[in-house]
Design a binder for this molecule. Structure first.
Ligand code: GDP
Length: 426
């Protein structure tokens, strides 16, 4: 059975924690898109980890972790993370890397920096991990698949051809030093040696695993609203963040994905620029940011403070729908225990009209939040393990959100740890 764990918001919903938790019952965990530009924070018996490229299943010795072909694969980052895990006492995970995955080239990272510099105030707030230049090259058909590293003559010829164009852009658009083909070639050869033990046809492996009835988790990065087709374009990421893309990026049949868990945070946060209708500012935002997540809402990759906002029913309903949620995991609910009243965005006002369907970006930019205030529960709900034990106002908040979403909230996360979870049978 294949399950997808994906974000219904702007990312940072707590997917890593849900994946780590569900990985207890899984045989295989697959990363199917994105790169080292975002991170999952996972707290378990080995400590607290920020994973950027590793699938969240790497802490278990019964799971195989896969880098699918849809990933922007940063080789040095991957090994840095692997070494860190080993150093901190995590047993060597079983890892497989798709021979069709493409490699983030050293120059992708440079181009990401240079383009953001060039754009200045109009920049995208990129994490400068090379993701946009990587996917641009992939679709321009000048990317490098892992398998190409193993053919010297092919690799060298292609590298020279690609660098010719890159160097013209570097010289004339960015006014920067040009690239040395031999140095990059040598770097790619070092990647090859590191990767060799892990590379295989992962879609064939997954096909076989599906035939054998294995439990497979597809782990998404970021969330619905950062999807290039359905998100807040152009302030989106460069690969699809949707469960539907899980079948493409992992290389499995779409009809095999039987459960889609849309992870939704009990309030909103976002990184980077872009419309964020329920955003809050000043002391109100600072307080939520400090109390949020596990030790504050600061980027797992960059450490930058996240933008904060109240729960947005319009964005989340859309986020769940576009994911095709069969289940909603409602996370970080414990954080809201300090509030007397909890504002929730139930609609947008755009040019005097009340709107309940998430609009495209040009309209979204003009939207103002319509807020409803729900009573708070004013206590710490961490440690509670059954739905009935939650304070009444807390259950009311969950049920109100569930009704607004129109998708069943079957899991409630009330702390960062693996066991901080309340299941609801729906
Ligand atoms: P991801 O990329 O979707 O996995 O999200 P992040 O890891 O960036 O952000 C989630 C943060 O919230 C992490 O620091 C988690 O440890 C933490 N977290 C996850 N679930 C909960 C929860 O239910 N309560 C609290 N307080 N923190 C949580």
């Amino acid at each position: 059975m294949v399950k997808a764990i994906v974000g219904a918001n702007w990312g940072d919903e707590g997917k890593g924690k849900i994946t780590d938790m569900m990985a207890q019952e899984a045989d295989i965990i697959v990363r199917f898109q994105g790169g080292a530009n975002a991170g999952h924070t996972i707290v378990n018996s080995y400590g607290k980890f920020a994973l950027h490229t590793m699938p969240s299943g790497v802490f278990y010795d019964h799971t195989t972790s896969i880098i699918g072909s849809g990933v922007a694969f940063n080789v040095p980052k991957f090994f840095e993370e692997l070494n860190e895990l080993i150093k901190r006492g995590v047993p060597m995970p079983r890892l497989l890397i798709s021979d069709r995955a493409q490699i983030v080239m050293p120059y992708h990272i440079l181009f990401d920096q240079y383009e953001e510099e060039r754009l200045g105030k109009a920049s995208f707030g990129s994490t400068k991990s090379g993701i946009a230049p990587f996917y641009s090259d992939k679709y321009a058909k000048i990317g490098f698949q892992v398998s190409e590293l193993f053919d010297d003559a092919y690799l060298k010829e292609k590298l020279l051809r690609v660098l010719e164009a890159k160097n013209i852009t570097l010289k004339y658009l960015y006014h920067k030093d040009t690239l040395d083909a031999e140095a990059i070639y040598q770097e790619l050869l070092s990647y090859r040696d590191m990767l060799k033990p892990y590379v295989c046809d992962t879609s064939a492996y997954l096909w076989q695993a599906i035939q054998e009835g294995k439990n497979i988790l597809l782990e998404g990065q970021l969330g619905s609203l950062k999807d290039p087709d359905h998100g807040i374009y152009p302030m989106v990421t460069s690969s699809s963040t949707l469960a539907g893309y899980g079948s493409v990026g992992a290389g499995i049949p779409p009809y095999e994905i039987k459960q889609i868990i849309a992870v939704c945070k009990a309030y909103s946060s976002a990184v980077g620029a872009g419309a964020f209708v329920s955003e809050i500012f000043g002391d109100e935002a600072d307080e939520l940011r400090q109390r949020g997540g596990d030790g504050g809402e600061f980027g797992a990759t960059t450490g930058r403070p996240r933008r904060m906002g109240w729960y947005d029913c319009v964005a989340s309903r859309y986020g769940c729908r576009i994911q095709g949620a069969t289940d909603v995991a409602f996370t970080v609910l414990d954080v809201l225990g300090y509030l007397d009243e909890i504002p929730v965005c139930v609609a947008y006002e755009i040019d005097g009209e009340i709107v309940r369907d998430f609009p495209p970006t040009v309209k979204l930019e003009k939207a103002k939040p319509v807020l409803k205030r729900l009573p708070g529960w004013k206590c710490d709900i961490r440690g509670i393990r059954t739905y009935e034990e939650l304070p009444e106002n807390c259950r009311h908040y969950i049920e109100f959100v569930e009704e607004q979403l129109g998708f069943p909230i079957t899991m409630i996360s009330n702390g960062p740890g693996r066991d901080d979870i309340i299941y609801r049978n729906k």
